[in-house]
Design a protein. Structure first.
Length: 371
């Protein structure tokens, strides 16, 4: 079973120091005030976090043949524990994964260089208002126009797009909108669209978990032939792989949140006294905290199982474990959040403590890419 090695433990320790400094409880009210904290984003780039998923040949940290999934899981656990709101997943995993799947070109190299160096995040517009979380049901159209393309449609909940200069847009080149089990994945393409292009309207907004997304409206947007990053067939295959990786890292983030909730609840019930004794001395509360810890351990074990299969080169089993981990965090993680709030009593409902914010993030993770 995977366990963080010495280098990954150093990454965890340094990332934890970073989050404890910049995301302490007394700074919770400042989180997510703007779509991007550029100072913190630059620090993340300098620390090498934005390089983790990429191959050395692309300017990243991973030797040839290695995915870096263990490194990313180690980082995202700490990002979850710190309730970090910067769009690391959107820019490096979603956008970065789709870009890395494209054929080698100068454009591809420049885009990856921009990500790892801490440039403006690249947004990813996959969802649509009428699709109900099924990204394969895509109504946005891309039509050939001269030597380029014309895009029209509306995308919602575009990850990382609130602070992006470039947005990756999923659009239909061929066929009609349909769910995945009715051929919806066929005929899709992935396009690079400048956020300030004529006909593009980006409407940013802040979610209840303090992360920022945007709605992206495209009205006859003209782009060149180079804007097509991945065409029919390639786009669906790459997107499915990227989303499964995103699910695993969201699960890792969720386990980090669960760890924080478990530790905070144990500490609070040990300190808080009722009838002259600590709350932690009541057996019924001990049972509830044991259940919380078991849920955390089980979810984390599934995350680590997925990394173990990845290291062994068994991608089918990696995907299975990644989806199981995501489901565990989606269900048990939310329950852990609810229990933490209840065991903190009235304080758990206040914004002075991170309990409510943590639960809102777990709920958002559950809705990101539901199975």
């Amino acid at each position: 079973m995977f366990a963080p090695n010495d280098d990954q433990q150093l990454l965890v320790d340094s990332a934890r120091r970073f989050t404890q400094k910049h995301y302490a409880d007394d700074k919770l009210g400042q989180m997510g005030e703007n779509p991007l904290n550029t100072a913190l984003w630059s620090e993340m780039a300098e620390a090498g976090w934005l390089m983790l998923p990429f191959a050395e040949a692309d300017g990243g940290l991973q030797p040839e043949g290695q995915s870096g999934l263990g490194d990313c899981v180690s980082l995202f656990e700490v990002l979850g524990e710190g309730l970090v709101v910067e769009p690391v997943l959107a820019s490096t995993i979603l956008a970065g994964g789709l870009i890395a799947a494209a054929p080698a070109s100068q454009q591809r190299a420049d885009l990856i260089e921009g990500i790892v160096s801490g440039g403006a995040p690249i947004g990813v517009a996959l969802h649509e208002p009428r699709a109900r979380h099924d990204i394969w049901y895509c109504e946005t159209r891309a039509e050939k126009s001269g030597d380029g393309w014309t895009l029209s449609g509306v995308k919602s909940l575009a990850h990382g797009a609130a602070a992006a200069e470039t947005i990756i847009v999923l659009a239909r080149i061929e066929g009609d909108p349909a769910p995945a089990d009715h051929g919806g994945a066929d005929g899709l393409g992935v396009f690079l669209v400048p956020a300030d292009a004529q006909g593009v309207t980006v409407t940013p907004y802040r979610l209840r978990d303090d992360h920022w997304v945007a709605d992206v409206a495209l009205e006859g947007v003209r782009v060149g032939s180079e804007a097509l990053l991945l065409g029919p067939g390639d786009a669906a295959e790459a997107l499915e792989a990227v989303i499964d990786k995103a699910r695993l890292l969201l699960a890792a983030e969720g386990t980090g949140i669960m760890r924080r909730l478990c530790l905070a609840t144990q500490q609070y019930t040990a300190d808080r006294k009722q009838f002259g004794v600590a709350l932690a001395s009541f057996q019924v509360l001990q049972h509830r905290m044991v259940d919380m810890s078991i849920s955390f351990d089980q979810a984390r074990s599934l995350v680590y199982e997925a990394v173990t299969h990845d290291l062994a080169g068994n991608q089918a089993e990696m995907v299975r474990a990644a989806r199981a981990a995501y489901r565990a965090v989606s269900e048990d993680g939310v329950e852990v959040g609810k229990q933490a709030i209840q065991l903190h009593g009235g304080m758990g409902m206040s914004e002075e403590l991170p309990m409510g914010r943590a639960l809102r993030r777990l709920l958002a993770i559950r809705q990101a890419f539901p199975l």
